[in-house]
Design a protein around this ligand. Structure first.
Ligand SMILES: NC(=O)c1ccc[n+]([C@@H]2O[C@H](COP(=O)([O-])OP(=O)(O)OC[C@H]3O[C@@H](n4cnc5c(N)ncnc54)[C@H](O)[C@@H]3O)[C@@H](O)[C@H]2O)c1
Ligand SMILES: O=c1ccn([C@@H]2O[C@H](COP(=O)(O)OP(=O)(O)O[C@H]3O[C@H](CO)[C@H](O)[C@H](O)[C@H]3O)[C@@H](O)[C@H]2O)c(=O)[nH]1
Length: 330
């Protein structure tokens, strides 16, 4: 049976595709509209169907033709401050389109769904590290758009007898340790990506968005999870579902927070470049601290991270950024 990966040409989805191929899955199909992804991020043996996840006819045809039993749904808009500026665009991309995809997938016979959710569903949690059973309370449209999709999926799964794993990713960073993929979006907003670009002179400076948060050094705290470890979480989730396991909602993080200033120090130490850092006002939609309660995925699925090391994550991100410079110079 085949796995359909939506958004498989994007940052995290492309690492899931690599993990599937590395594990010997030869039937991997990607649906991606290439709005932020790249066809070159996919190995040639992968079938890329270029299109929109909300195109029900395309989705159904793809699932039937390739005998897909499992769907991993990554495709989304992902930038928190953009979602504050354009909430309706985010509800369309992340909620309305997911509804169309889920309906088409169920109609075409998909049995299992793994959904890319986010720590942003927790908003500004009262408890840190945050356990999965804390009542979600998102503080930005991005988090709300994803939480609504969690709910739709849960209800549809119960009604139609499919099983699901909802993975709530914390802050995803780093690159494939073998250098096959990484975060390639040129105008990405993610801290580690932006910091490595500043270190390589692709950006003039780095803004620290907010230094007056109620955290030890005043900057925001995040839990950075390495992208191949995250892809592996999807692999154990897939095996769980195909083995008859029950539906689950699981945090994906390491359970340890780093501040923005700590991350910048690590990027400067790893790169050896003392790039300019500007202390700037808060960015709309940012929670002050968000760290995963990280035990459940280990006990439920036996997930064992192999890259829980911020220096290693930054080293990979920097190497990928250098590879992108070489690619663009060719
Ligand atoms: N990057 C993070 O730190 C992070 C954290 C939590 C959750 N997530 C979630 O992980 C998923 C993947 O994020 P990413 O960082 O890889 O982003 P990305 O932008 O690199 O990947 C998204 C992919 O989906 C494709 N896409 C978008 N809309 C589409 C549509 N309507 N139809 C078909 N393809 C479409 C894009 O072209 C792209 O290839 C998202 O669902 C995101 O919400 C990411
Ligand atoms: O140039 C920058 C970029 C980011 N930051 C700060 O660094 C922290 C992390 O910001 P990112 O943009 O890297 O990530 P977010 O926490 O905003 O969001 C990410 O993680 C979330 C889950 O926690 C979501 O799922 C989302 O998709 C994903 O982009 C924030 O405090 C942000 O204000 C800066 O100070 N300067």
């Amino acid at each position: 049976m085949a796995v359909l990966v939506t958004g498989g040409a994007g940052y995290i989805g492309s690492h899931m595709v690599l993990a599937l191929l590395d594990a010997g899955h030869d039937e991997v199909v990607v649906i991606d509209d290439l709005s932020t992804g790249f066809d070159w991020a996919l190995p040639p043996e992968v079938t890329l169907v270029r299109g929109d996840v909300a195109d029900a006819a395309l989705v159904e045809e793809t699932i039937r033709r390739h005998k897909v039993d499992a769907l991993a749904h990554f495709a989304a808009k992902i930038v928190v401050p953009d979602s504050v500026a354009d909430p309706l665009g985010y509800y369309l991309a992340n909620t309305v389109k997911s509804r169309a995809l889920i309906e088409a997938a169920i109609r075409a016979g998909v049995r299992h769904v793994i959904f890319s959710s986010t720590a942003a569903v927790y908003g500004e949690p009262a408890v840190v590290p945050v356990p999965e059973d804390l009542t979600p309370s998102p503080i930005n449209p991005y988090g709300r758009s994803k939480l609504m999709t969690e709910w739709m999926l849960e209800d549809a799964a119960k009604a139609h007898g499919i099983t699901t794993v909802v993975l709530r990713y914390f802050n995803v960073a780093g690159a494939d340790p073998r250098g096959r993929s990484g975060q390639s979006t040129p105008n990405a907003t993610h801290l580690i990506k932006v910091a490595t670009q500043a270190a390589l002179g692709k950006r003039s400076h780095l803004d620290v968005f907010g230094t007056d948060y109620p955290t030890p050094d005043g900057s925001c705290l995040r839990d950075y999870i390495q992208v191949s470890d995250l892809a592996e979480a999807h692999m154990v989730a897939l095996n769980h579902l195909r083995g008859g396991g029950a539906s689950l909602t699981l945090n994906c993080g390491y359970g340890r927070g780093y501040s923005v200033l700590e991350v910048i120090d690590v990027v400067k130490a790893v790169s050896g470049v003392d790039f300019e850092v500007r202390l700037s006002p808060r960015r709309p939609g940012d929670p002050s601290r968000i760290v995963a309660g990280a035990d459940r995925i280990r006990t439920e699925l036996g997930w064992t991270p192999r890259h829980d090391d911020l220096r290693g994550i930054v080293t990979q991100a920097l190497a990928w950024e250098e590879a992108l410079v070489r690619r663009n110079q060719r």
